[in-house]
Each structure stands twice: as C-alpha cells, then as structure tokens.
Design a protein around this ligand. Structure first.
Ligand code: PDD
Length: 287
C-alpha cells in the first residue's frame, strides 16, 4: 500500500509521520466511530457524493456532529486527489467521537477526530474476474446496526479471517430467521429464474453504493429485480451469485460453501453487469 504523502487530520494536511492520534481516541478504545472507503480511478473519485452522503448518515446515526459541512468534506477529498494518477486508489475517511478520558457515555467535552488519506490499490485481477471467487457461510454474530458504516468490525474481521483460513475469498453472514444477508465487506446478489435479487435496506446490511449502482443498471436494462433475502438453500441453487463492493465492483461467486454455483463459472448476467458497471465508472469518471 503506497500512501500519498499528505494525510488529512483534523483540518490540516500533514505528513504521515506527524499524523498521530491520541491513545484516548474513542475510535481506538471503544470503536466509537464511522468510516467510508471511496474508489478512485486515475485520480477520479467514483460516486463521491453518495459516499459522503452515507458518511453523513452514519454520523447522524451515532449522534456524531461532524465539524465540517458536506461541501467542505468534498473539498478535502478533492485536495487529496491533486496530483494522483494511479489506476486504482482508495480514499479512506474515518471520524470518531474524539479523544477524552475513557467512559462509555459521550464525554461532556470532546471534539471529533477526522482522518482522510489516499492510498494506491489494485484492481481485481482479470483471471479472478473470469474464474469467480470462493465464499463460505458463517453465522451472523453482529447486532442490528449493520446499516451504519461503523468501525466496529470485529465480526467482519473474524468472518474474513475464517474465510482466508478455509482457503476462500469472502465470508457471507447467515442470520437466523432472516437468511444470508451480506458479506464481511460486500453485498450479495443472486439470479434465480431470470430475476436479480438482493436484500432490502435493513438493519442487517450496509446500503452499498455499488449495490445501488447495480440495481440501477439492472432496471435500466429491463432486468426483473426483487428485494429479498435468500436462505442458504436458495443461494446454493441459484443460477448466479455475486458480490458487490467499492473495491471488488461486481464479482461472481463460483463456489459457495463447497458447492458449485451454476456451472461453476461466472454467469452471463453477472458478467454483463460487471461490464456495465465498469462502463458506468468510465463514463462518470471521464476515463
Ligand atoms: N466495505 N457490506 C459491508 C459489510 C461492507 O463493509 C461493504 C463495503 C459493503 C459494500 O458497500 P459499498 O458497495 O458501498 O462498498 C457491504 C468497504 C469496501 C470496506 O470496508 O473496505
């Protein structure tokens, strides 16, 4: 990971060695914070407005008053992008409630810590896109705040680690009585009998920016769509299953919990949506 030399920390752009946060920061001690990840293509941020809007919603949901307006946040992001020409980069934004002696309740006097930086990243290799990925299914041990992009990622960390240890790429969360809701860092889609489906907006899933783009693309093509969760059996017998996320875009699952999905290769609807998503990126980023 190559980090651009300047880091935004609390209103200033400073070098990485000077970008230090207190051990009393509530993000560090309590996970009392929120974040965003924005993919940038050749120095252009994709769907910046949507990511900033979600950051504002996450802040509101945890009752965190950000010290910057929407316009100011966008200006700071643009500042980070100056001189960046990497094919792929990610902007990471994190806001915590700030630094104060440790208490669970909000401290009387505290001001948020806001960090933003940009780092170079890699696109998904073409061979992986053509083959699809492997995923496992794990019990969803999270609560009901999954619509907030909070830095409380312990269940996601453990799920992804379980996937890696099983030789898989992603772990999908299965919630009792609801279904397989989303991945450790992705949303899930299925194609069953020609209908594209993904979970509805709910407390069990993040409202993914990529998910939204894919639903818009599907609708514009006249592809029937449905918002519903799937049981494990429904996913395993689907003709196509794929994940969406800022960094993975649209990526087929070829093998789920040891079962082949469809014929074990990315399906035609997934491949078309992946291609259309890329075209959308290129159009909106002016590539
Ligand atoms: N994660 N669900 C979860 C739990 C996620 O962490 C993510 C993204 C998504 C997909 O959302 P989007 O399409 O807006 O990226 C769904 C980011 C990339 C991350 O944590 O790195």
């Amino acid at each position: 990971m190559l980090v651009n030399k300047m880091i935004f920390l609390n209103g200033q752009f400073i070098s990485q060695d000077k970008a230090l946060v207190s051990i009393n920061d509530r993000g560090f001690q309590l996970g009392d914070g929120i974040y965003e990840v924005i993919r940038c293509y050749k120095g252009r941020a994709f769907r910046l407005d949507e990511h900033i809007d979600r950051l504002l919603k996450s802040a509101e949901a945890i009752r965190l008053e950000l010290p910057y307006s929407r316009d100011e946040l966008i200006e700071y992001v643009k500042e980070l992008l100056v001189g960046v020409s990497w094919d792929y980069a990610d902007i990471y934004i994190q806001a915590t409630r700030g630094s104060a002696p440790r208490t669970h309740e909000f401290p009387a006097k505290v001001s948020p810590t806001v960090v933003m930086y940009i780092s170079q990243s890699q696109g998904v290799p073409e061979t992986t896109r053509e083959k699809g990925i492997t995923a496992i299914i794990v019990p969803d041990t999270r609560g009901t705040l999954c619509n907030i992009k909070s830095v409380n990622l312990l269940p996601n960390v453990l799920a992804r680690q379980a996937a890696v240890e099983a030789g898989a790429d992603e772990a999908l969360f299965e919630r009792e009585g609801i279904g397989v809701v989303e991945g450790a860092a992705s949303n899930i889609f299925a194609v069953r009998e020609g209908v594209l489906s993904t979970g509805p907006l709910s407390p069990y899933t993040l409202p993914g920016v990529t998910r939204d783009c894919v639903l818009q693309l599907a609708k514009s093509q006249g592809l029937p769509t449905e918002l519903r969760f799937h049981s494990r059996q429904e996913l395993l017998s689907a003709s196509e299953v794929f994940i969406t996320s800022t960094s993975k875009e649209v990526l087929a699952i070829a093998d789920l919990a040891g079962y082949r999905i469809g014929n074990g290769r990315p399906g035609s609807i997934t491949l078309k949506l992946a291609k259309d998503y890329r075209a959308l990126v290129e159009r909106e980023c002016g590539l």
